[in-house]
Design a protein around this ligand. Structure first.
Ligand code: DAK
Length: 258
């Protein structure tokens, strides 16, 4: 499938999706988000793909939603068209793991898109922020909600109220990103994490993604019960037998997603 705003490449069980609107620092518009939702759904259906890496350019992962596209819109237009709702919900329904590889600006909707992924590896040049307040609006794709859960109220409030950008080292310190790597190694590091994930049982991988995400959605007691029940159910899989046999026999496991 050919896209105008994305470059998509599948190799070694990993689908790399590169946002590709360089003239606008990968600003997110309807076309880009629709194409992204479609590319992710294709990856979900494609048995060859076991992990997805979402990335941008060295200068910008994405500098936010497209301001020029939004500038003249009225309340009734954005409300009635329910701007970005279906695209973001489609992205949120992907069950395979998605790693965001972020270099340069991840601002507004760009920061929110990175936070929709399962974890973020960023380069030492990355800058995160929710500067919508400077435009007279607020975040609208999770910048007041997910960011608060990632970094706590104080930093999220400061970033949303002042528009201050956060550099990579601060993002790592406060848990927004899992790791910071040199900019030239960003894609290699993200691919190597993706390849590691690709070697696991897809059943377990998808279950674990769902379990960790529940931590944000459920009270602790419910989350722990959910985790325990899924853990129990994984004993019904051939992959559990294979993984534990491989350990005992001192060999690599050959998972079959069964
Ligand atoms: N939208 C449109 N164009 C953008 C853009 C953006 N967000 N960011 C950059 N560009 C364009 C610039 O206009 C420029 O285009 P030309 O002038 O060359 O035609 C080109 O990209 C290069 O940008 P600059 O010349 O500005 O590059 P600099 O290196 O000087 O500065 C910068 C880089 C990232 C600091 C600067 O471009 C900047 O401040 N950009 C805007 C950042 C921003 O405010 N982002 C938040 C956008 S608002 C919604 C949910 C969420 C949202 C909306 C709706 N719903 C649920 C409905 C999200 C809103 C946002 O993200």
């Amino acid at each position: 499938m050919a896209y105008e705003t994305l470059i998509v490449d599948v190799e070694d069980h990993v689908c790399v999706i590169k946002l590709n609107r360089p003239e606008a620092l990968n600003a997110l518009n309807k076309q880009l988000l629709e194409e992204l939702a479609e590319a992710l759904e294709d990856s979900q259906k494609n048995d060859k793909v076991r992990c997805i890496v979402l990335t941008g350019s060295e200068k910008a992962f994405a500098a936010g939603a497209d301001i020029k596209m939004m500038q003249e819109k009225s309340f009734s237009e954005v409300f009635l068209e329910d701007m970005f709702t279906s695209e973001s919900e489609r992205i949120g329904r992907i069950r395979k793991p998605i790693i965001a590889a972020v270099s340069g600006y991840a601002l507004g909707g760009g920061c929110e898109l990175a936070m929709m992924c399962d974890f973020i590896i960023c380069s030492d040049t990355a800058k995160f922020g929710q500067p919508e307040i400077n435009l007279g609006v607020s975040a609208g794709l999770g910048g007041t909600q997910r960011l608060t859960r990632y970094v706590g109220k104080s930093k999220a409030m400061e970033m949303n109220l002042t528009g201050r950008l956060m550099e990579a080292d601060e993002a790592e310190r406060c848990g927004l990103v899992s790791r910071v790597v040199p900019v030239k190694k960003l894609l290699d590091e993200a691919l190597s994490a993706a390849l590691k994930i690709s070697e696991k049982s897809m059943l377990t991988t998808m279950a674990v993604k769902e379990m960790v995400n529940r931590a944000h959605e459920m009270p602790l007691a419910e989350g722990l019960r959910f985790e325990r029940r899924i853990f129990h159910s994984l004993f019904s899989t051939e992959d559990q037998k294979e993984g534990m046999a491989a350990f005992s026999e001192k060999r690599d496991a050959q998972f079959r997603d069964k």
